[in-house]
Ligand binder design. Sequence first.
Ligand code: PMV
Length: 336
Amino acid sequence: MNNAHTAIAHPNIALVKYWGKRDDRLIIPATPSLSLTLDVFPTTTTVTTDTHLAVDEVTLNSQPAAAVVKARIVAFLDLVRELVHTDTKAVVNTANTVPTGAGLASSAAGFAALAVAAASAYGLELTQHDLSRLARRGSGSASRSIFPDFAVWHAGYDDESSYAEHIPDAKVDVAMVIAIVSAKEKAVSSRSAMRHTVATSPFFDAWMDASVADLGEMLGALSDGDLTAVGTITERNALRMHATMMSADPAVRYLNGDSMRVLDVVQDLRMSGVGAWATMDAGPNVKVLCAAADLPVVTAAISECVGDDQVVIARPGPGAALQPVQPAVTGLDASA
Ligand code: PMV
């Protein structure tokens, strides 16, 4: 029997950000968030359970995973094992096509793919809703990558009530131009930077209030098909998140001079009448939201700023999905 279970998931970029937890263990966020799943940088993860294994084995891009990465994946498998009451260990092979830990949502795609593959490997039949809750336990933003294109993550107050869902009535035709100003792994993880911001920023309460208001306005703008409002809320919410982390003590700063140069280009585009709005996560890379029809002009401007080979064009992408089981290779060709 082939018990290798493979899933593919894509990163999502939040247009209304998640920054700060109410509960660190269960990963309950302080505020709701909203994102766009992309069609680039997929992560493919295979989970194979094996009753002969004494410990889990984890590879990332064909290399044994670093201790911290392995520990997070093993902790996640433990949650799945707890649900099915088993001790069976597993081999996890994961391959991503996005620079890991560079603020390009590698953990969102990674834990969404792992949730889908591990649930299947351990025989858990979960709804999308429950897969989202499970993925959340690996990395909060992964709860949103279960779904295609636009998703909202309801903050909730406990494990049951904190989940993401697809937004079916979004009426905007968008694309994202990603400016990769650095593919280096970030020095401070989003997990510890969030904790530090919650503990030390005098602006954190204001961030929470503003973000909840942004989410309400964003849902209205999406269902009205008002791209200018969607873009305006996106950029202001990202800048407010970065302002809040820069107000921590000591400051957390992910943006660098190159990020600021891209922000200038985005502002110039708007001044010239082109709808383009920037958003940045836990890293210096800038993602520029625009109408799909404006991709040529926005891509040209961003490429001129950072170089053609540093630009990736993304469109709304699919939700996380299990791959069909490949027939086991036996070496015998029945048709011969
Ligand atoms: O899920 P995490 O721990 O990788 O945190 C993601 C945080 C941001 O990317 C900065 C914002 C977001 O909502 O995705």
